[in-house]
Ligand binder design. Structure first.
Ligand code: AMP
Length: 428
């Protein structure tokens, strides 16, 4: 029986068409990072497993069931990063960034890994871009992070964006809320899904996030954390909403948005596209404030806020849209094609191709083909303006033919002048 290897479940090959979109997303992030003065950071793909256990939290879905963890040959417990924030905080502490002027602003773009059940918008290897701002507690930072993600998605062409926002308080006010939520949930325990029954004791807030219909019904009557915020958290949230109003950013309050991670404090938010496809695919971005995480990972208490967005989700929506509009992803374009006939010409073409590349002129070629007509057919397909033909005779005489495709006019010139001649023509 022949072997049929497949990519691992939930992990995909990314082809040129995908990268056309991925690069566009990355460039949009880079522009935004330049405007808001965020520095690029790339942390290792493997991190100490303990930073996710301590940071993301032992009772979260990510740590409980979604991590790809291994023990290295040297005995280190390592995990393929399921999210970016703990690694960045580890780096912030390790490199003494707390002594830098505040806020320390960092952004990233790279692959992440979660052993989730594959479904629409959920993969086991996926790309995220993220922006993190560390060192400042003012809600103006939260507003800036939300604005950045809103801007990126808007610049990419998303129109009906919906920002959902909530405050989940801090360790002071959450304790009291947890208790009242737990007693509400206990009285309705039998109506919850089996996962949520388990969560009541360990992580009751997470139940508010559950997508099961029966849990959603129970959620509707649950106490709301915004009614239980301490003064500091209440003021923080109020100021943030005022900043968003000032910026004219459309948002809606979702009192049951909690986001499943342990380290969030105060602000949590998600951004959706308000469309059928958008709802199916899930949140395009999500994040919040994490004022306790630096301390939890061994650093000095440091307020911080950040968010991440799933590149595949963004790209899949962009692709669906351009298909609807009948747009095709940009194809490679060159204005010039280099054809050759015979061994000497083939060898000389190699150098000539490099000269064009160094001069910044993109040249099409089919150097693997020997027949001139096959090469001209390829040139035709590329719809180039000029074809350079290096025939056997020309190659020996150090000359080359330049043919203008539209008129069919052609002339012979010195090989050493080919780049200059084409440069002049393209400029016209
Ligand atoms: P999270 O870290 O779970 O808040 O995720 C942030 C963003 O990453 C989400 O809003 C999604 O856009 C994206 N994302 C999260 N998990 C996945 C996944 N398994 N596959 C694809 N995208 C994901």
């Amino acid at each position: 029986m022949s072997l049929k290897f497949q990519s691992p479940t939930g992990m995909h090959d990314l082809f040129q068409e995908d990268w056309n979109y991925f690069d566009k997303v990355k460039k949009t992030c880079q522009n935004m990072a330049d405007s808001y003065e965020f520095d690029r950071i790339e942390t290792p793909i493997l991190e100490d497993t303990a930073i996710f256990e301590k940071g993301t939290g032992l009772n979260t879905d990510i740590v409980e069931k979604e991590m790809y963890s291994l023990t290295s040959r040297g005995g280190d417990r390592l995990t393929l990063r399921p999210e970016g924030t703990p690694g960045i905080v580890r780096s912030y502490i390790q490199h003494g960034m707390q002594s830098l002027s505040k806020p320390v602003k960092l952004w990233y773009f790279g692959p992440f890994f979660r052993h989730e059940r594959p479904q629409a918008g959920r993969f086991r290897q996926f790309y995220q871009f993220g922006f993190e701002s560390l060192g400042v507690s003012d809600p103006i930072i939260d507003a800036e992070i939300i604005q950045i993600f809103y801007n990126i998605l808007k610049d990419l062409g998303f129109k009906n964006l919906l920002v959902e926002i909530n405050s989940i308080g801090d360790s002071q006010c959450r304790g009291y809320f947890r208790k009242s939520l737990m007693s509400y949930l206990r009285s309705r325990q039998s109506g919850l899904c089996s996962d949520c029954k388990r969560r009541i004791k360990k992580n009751p807030l997470r139940i508010l996030d559950c997508k099961e219909e029966k849990c959603q019904r129970i959620k509707k009557g649950a106490p709301q954390i915004v009614d239980h915020l301490c003064k500091e958290c209440h003021d923080h949230f109020k100021n943030l909403l005022e900043y968003l109003d000032e910026k004219g950013l459309p948002y809606s309050l979702n009192p049951y948005l909690v986001r499943g991670l342990d380290y969030y404090t105060k602000t949590v938010f998600e951004i959706y596209e308000d469309s059928e496809e958008g709802k199916q695919i899930g949140a395009l971005a999500g994040g919040g404030r994490y004022d306790d995480l630096v301390r939890m990972l061994g650093g000095k208490p440091t307020p911080a806020c950040g968010a991440a967005s799933g590149v595949e989700r963004v790209v899949n929506l962009l692709k669906a849209r351009s298909k609807k509009a009948g747009l095709k992803a940009k194809e490679r374009t060159s204005e010039v094609f280099l054809a050759q006939v015979g061994e000497i010409a083939k060898k000389k073409s190699l150098k000539l191709f490099e000269e064009f590349r160094e001069a910044g002129i993109k040249v099409g070629e089919a150097l693997h083909r020997d027949s001139l007509s096959a090469q001209l057919k390829a040139a035709d397909k590329m719809d180039v303006k000029y074809v350079l033909i290096l025939g056997q005779k020309e190659a020996i005489d150090d000359q080359i033919i330049i043919r203008e495709m539209k008129s069919g006019n052609q002339y012979v010139t010195e090989l050493s002048k080919a780049v200059q001649e084409i440069k002049k023509k393209i400029k016209k």
